[in-house]
Write a protein that binds this ligand. Structure first.
Ligand code: AMP
Ligand code: MG
Length: 422
């Protein structure tokens, strides 16, 4: 059969499942059931990096604090700018950044000034040194100068009382600098979210153990560690839990005792040993969903005692996709972050992407510039939900909407860059 015939065949099939839940409904259900955790801590500026700000910040000072020069040159009075021709002014001192010239300037006088130097009284304009002719203590200025040139006004960036940062933002390097520029050395941030996680499966081995037939190394605990660490969570790694009723029950109980959020991976697909579901039904209120997405169809969400619970699928790529699409926005909501959406953009796709309608797909992509310097995206080779190397090679998700079918090369697709995913 030709490739085209295959595609035609595909196009009359679909992935619609009447019992499945659209991904956006799942996310809304999750987010609407959450409330922000209690607990604020006052921390030093450096410690606050990447934490969620728990207060509005107002400035107590003007930035810059005084009227100063934006260039190296001469501070003059605009009254001394000649209507036409040339005028000579006498240089009576120097104003350095941090070492102002305290004497006021009279008519016909000026001050040598460096960038950041405070303008002496009687001056309001800076002439850059390149447009001035200086002989001894005299400079010659012309009529081209405009009043107020090269002067930074006090409070031009921030004025006393301005609101500079909003409660609920995640503090960036720029925010730390901004706070420092206001002389603020401590801020209130949300306390760290405590997240416990474990893997389930008799086939899982930890690093250092021998791989016997049919066993695999547990990678989910490492991807989860990485993703949670970058979100600034307090992480409690509970290891691998065997497919055993008592062991699973014990794990859920102790995890929910110590954490705000419990995450498990594996054991939520159809055909899994029933006791995972049984145990959760006994301990808490958990729903098992078939989400209309690929990868990541099975997902469990609810509460176990006082902790919020996510049961992620076992396949390594599914874990990362479901974490980024559901768990990360939920954790950010719990942490009091107000902006939890991640940027997406439209980019032409240079690969053919096979797809059937019925499920929202997160394919792994590589975004790069083509020979003309334009941004394009191509898929990483194999797209199976167990192929973690595709995730490692990728730098973005290619998001294909639920109703869409195969994408031909040249069509635009929605792309979610990994750098936006915190
Ligand atoms: P499950 O959802 O438990 O049926 O697992 C689905 C697939 O993911 C199986 O092939 C598992 O071996 C694999 N898997 C489950 N948990 C992990 C893990 N922690 N690390 C690597 N692979 C896993
Ligand atoms: Mg399993």
């Amino acid at each position: 059969m030709s490739d085209d015939a295959l595609v035609k065949d595909f196009s009359c099939m679909d992935d619609y499942d009447p019992n499945s839940l659209p991904a956006d409904v799942a996310l809304e259900t999750i987010k609407s059931s959450l409330s922000v955790i209690k607990g604020t801590e006052k921390v030093a500026l450096r410690t606050a990096l990447n934490a969620v700000l728990d207060e509005d910040i107002f400035s107590r000072i003007n930035v810059p604090s005084g009227i100063n020069s934006a260039m190296d040159g001469y501070a003059i009075s605009s009254k001394d700018i000649p209507g036409d021709g040339i005028r000579e002014l006498k240089v009576i001192g120097t104003s350095w950044a941090g070492k102002p010239f305290k004497q006021g300037n009279g008519t016909g006088e000026c001050t040598r000034i460096m960038t950041g130097g405070i303008l002496p009284e009687g001056t309001d304009t800076v002439v850059i040194q390149e447009s001035v002719e200086r002989t001894g203590d005299t400079i010659r200025v012309d009529s081209e100068i405009r009043s107020g040139d090269n002067v930074r006004q006090a409070g031009e960036d921030i004025s006393v009382g301005d609101k500079v940062l909003n409660r609920g933002i995640r503090l960036t390097a720029a925010d730390l600098g901004l706070l420092a520029s206001l002389g603020i050395g401590e801020v209130k941030t949300k306390r760290k979210l405590r997240v416990a996680f474990f893997s389930t499966g008799d086939e899982l081995r930890s690093i250092g153990e021998a791989l016997d037939e049919g066993s695999v190394y547990d990678s989910n605990r490492y991807t989860l560690y990485g993703m949670l660490n970058r979100l600034g969570c307090d992480i409690l790694d509970m290891g691998v839990i065997r497919d055993d009723r008592e062991a699973v029950k014990e794990a859920f109980l102790s995890a929910s005792d110590i954490a705000d959020v419990v995450i498990s991976s594996g054991g939520v697909s159809v055909g899994e040993a029933d006791f995972v579901k049984e145990t959760l039904d006994e301990l808490g209120k958990v729903e098992f969903w078939k989400v209309a997405m690929k990868p990541g169809r099975p997902l469990a969400f609810g509460r176990v005692k006082n902790a919020c619970f996510f049961g992620l699928p076992g396949n390594p790529v599914s874990v990362m996709v479901t974490f980024y699409q559901f768990v990360q926005p939920a954790l950010r909501t719990l942490m009091g972050e107000t902006q939890t959406e991640v940027i997406t953009m439209k980019v032409p796709c240079v690969s053919k992407l096979k797809k059937r309608p019925g499920r929202l797909e997160y394919q792994r992509g590589i975004m790069e510039r083509n020979d003309e310097g334009l941004l394009v995206v191509r898929k990483t080779s194999a797209q199976g939900s167990g192929i973690l190397s595709s995730m490692s090679r990728a730098n973005c998700f290619i998001i294909l909407p639920i109703e869409s079918s195969t994408v031909e090369p040249g069509m635009n697709v929605d792309v979610q860059p990994f750098f936006g995913l915190v």
